[in-house]
Ligand binder design. Structure first.
Ligand code: CP
Ligand code: NVA
Length: 336
């Protein structure tokens, strides 16, 4: 038996803390196998659909490389390549894909889409980011924390910026589940919705949501930020820049932790070091040079966002292998 077999990965709260931790440990194991060049074809003969209604670098590559390493095949179905979203309903699409593929990844907008895909396809569906949640990101983030600190429980993580987006929602829930003290530091209008806070309360009473930067980052072991305008919100740059400039992850914010060992994480993509016309327009129009994270912090030795990005692959591989692979996982491990 395998406790994850056949299960979808739609949001953090569908899993127990022990199950979530077990997936992180499985990812660490798979990373070790890959580093030692040991074959791990747990998914030979499986076919995976990758549905992307939004763009992606890390998530798409993680599913593709991870599936290849596991011996499975993937097919990329971009927003403009398939009938869904134009001439075919979600339910019909789900039924058809479920009859051909063994598993489906979905990245896009409403959480209800990924939930319906799972309901009507009858195969495991993995959430590669929706407007509400980014659960595969969480496995990579807490795996990176486990690697850097040697443990997860008891770590204090302060997230600065748009605390009403998918990444902030997921950090609050996954962190609270795993015994991490989560501080969301954001202006009032960009703090999480009450429905999200309610879920977090089921796991923890030690999280903090504040607009006070000094109080929010004091003692933090991890400072974390994300882009100020998420995919699909690009018309909000002006508003966001105005609201979020005081919450930039810069050297002053790092100093305010009063913790000499603070590390920095960013899920990426980061809005920095950009020569694209979109970026030039935004920087010029609003007369600023840096956004959610300064180059100084991004390039500092205490910033570990590329280790974090690399761990996306190992963790996504763990999710696929656990739900579809020929693996023996009789019970969940408890976190020490
Ligand atoms: N962090 C993350 O999900 O990156 P992509 O958008 O590149 O997949
Ligand atoms: N909050 C960002 C995360 C990107 C990985 C977005 O949704 O665009």
């Amino acid at each position: 038996t395998n406790i994850f077999q056949g299960r979808s990965f739609l949001k953090e709260a569908d899993f127990t803390a022990d199950e979530f931790y077990t997936l992180i440990k499985l990812a660490e194991h798979l990373k070790d196998l890959k580093a030692r060049n040991i074959e791990h074809h747990y998914m030979t003969g499986k076919n995976i659909a990758l549905l992307f209604e939004k763009t992606s670098t890390r998530t798409r590559s993680s599913f593709t490389v991870g599936a290849n390493d596991l011996g499975a095949h993937v097919e990329f179905l971009g927003a403009h390549d398939i009938q869904f979203g134009k001439k075919e309903s979600l339910i019909d699409t789900a039924k058809v894909l479920g009859s051909m593929y063994d598993g489906i990844e979905y990245r896009g907008f409403d959480q209800s889409i990924v939930e319906s895909l799972a309901q009507y396809s009858h195969v495991p569906v993995w959430n590669g980011l929706t407007t509400s949640w980014h659960p595969t990101q969480m496995l990579a983030d807490f795996m990176t924390i486990d690697e850097l600190f040697g443990h997860i429980r008891g770590v204090k993580l302060a997230y600065l910026g748009d605390a009403r987006n998918n990444v902030a929602n997921s950090l609050l829930i996954a962190g609270s589940m795993l015994g991490v003290e989560i501080h969301l530091v954001a202006p009032k209008s960009l703090q999480p919705e009450e429905s999200i806070v309610k879920i977090a309360r089921q796991y923890s009473n030690s999280f903090m949501i504040t607009d006070d930067l000094d109080q929010g980052v004091e003692g933090a072991d991890v400072l974390y930020t994300d882009i100020w305008a998420s995919m699909g919100e690009e018309d909000l740059w002006g508003k966001r820049i105005k609201l979020l400039q005081p919450y930039q992850l810069n050297a002053q914010a790092v100093a305010k932790t009063h913790n000499p060992n603070t590390i920095v994480l960013h899920d990426l993509p980061a809005f920095h070091d950009l020569k694209t016309s979109m970026a030039q327009d935004v920087f010029e129009k609003f007369g600023i040079k840096e956004m959610e994270i300064t180059d100084e912090v991004f390039n500092a030795p205490y910033a570990h966002q590329f280790q974090q990005a690399a761990n996306r692959m190992h963790t996504i591989k763990a999710v696929m292998a656990a739900s579809l692979g020929n693996l023996f996982i009789p019970q969940a491990m408890s976190q020490p």
